[in-house]
Design a protein around this ligand. Structure first.
Ligand SMILES: Nc1ncnc2c1ncn2[C@@H]1O[C@H](COP(=O)(O)OP(=O)(O)O)[C@@H](O)[C@H]1O
Ligand SMILES: [Mg+2]
Length: 236
């Protein structure tokens, strides 16, 4: 199939402008063809896509007509990076895609294990696929690490790097961590806020408490206070 025809099957799923954005990224060479849907979340659809050279990427498409728009607007409002953002639906949704892209960039630059971001245009983000042969690595929720201690240490190391790079994840849980060959890769960075965000420590604490809950169930104790202190001390 040629050009826009390739995306015909997604009519009805995405609006015209989103289809045009997908087509634009395709014609710029970021990918050649959408392949399999990986996930349909509240805010976005995630696909694998193949490139001309046979390698795979992930395309995350934030749906403009999602039901969570009001919450997204409230949550991105106090983010200094998006000051003055109007409440126009498309702009707010695009800001979430941009924020995920920027967070991925800085995290990647500092050496944290996150997908490499390749491109963002409006509400569509292209990034590295974490996994092999076009198959996304399993989520931590579905794939218990063999060495819990080692895995959790590695995770916390990544959170320290995030903090050092100037932001916290804000939506961390076993759903947003992939277990790729026994190494944690953190994904879904769209909630990530900078350290000047109101009540940022509470958001960080919530992230760590989610980890505590997950590891506790598997009988590995995590001390939230110690981890928090370690992150904050290390970060500044
Ligand atoms: N870079 C990636 N590599 C592999 N799988 C991914 C990647 N990004 C997302 N996924 C998969 O898609 C799912 C949804 O992505 P996520 O960014 O968490 O969006 P949301 O939770 O907002 O729907 C993830 O749980 C994971 O299975
Ligand atoms: Mg997620």
């Amino acid at each position: 199939m040629e050009g826009k025809e390739k995306f015909r099957t997604y009519k009805g799923v995405f609006d015209e402008r989103t289809l045009r954005t997908i087509f634009k990224l395709e014609s710029e060479g970021y990918f050649d063809e959408l392949r399999s849907p990986v996930s349909i979340g509240k805010e976005s659809n995630v696909f694998t896509a193949i490139k001309k050279d046979g390698t795979y990427v992930i395309i995350k498409i934030y749906r403009v007509n999602n039901a969570d728009f009001k919450r997204m607007y409230r949550y991105i409002g106090p983010d200094a990076r998006f000051k003055g953002l109007s409440n126009q639906r498309r702009k707010v949704i695009s800001a979430w895609a941009q924020r995920e892209y920027r967070n991925l960039l800085v995290a990647n630059k500092i050496g944290a294990k996150v997908p490499v971001p390749y491109a963002v245009s409006e509400n569509v983000l292209v990034m590295e696929l974490i996994g092999d042969g076009g198959e996304a690595a399993p989520r931590l929720k579905d794939c218990r690490p063999k060495d819990l201690k080692k895995f959790s240490k590695e995770l916390i190391k990544n959170l320290k790097l995030f903090y050092k790079a100037g932001f916290i994840h804000g939506d961390l849980s076993e759903f947003n961590i992939l277990n790729y060959n026994e190494k944690p890769y953190i994904i879904d960075l769209s909630h990530g806020v900078r350290l000047d965000y109101p009540n940022v420590d509470e958001l960080l604490e919530r992230d760590i408490k989610n980890l505590e809950r997950y590891f506790n169930k598997l009988s590995l104790k995590i001390d939230v206070n110690t981890v928090m202190k370690g992150i904050i001390k290390n970060g500044i």
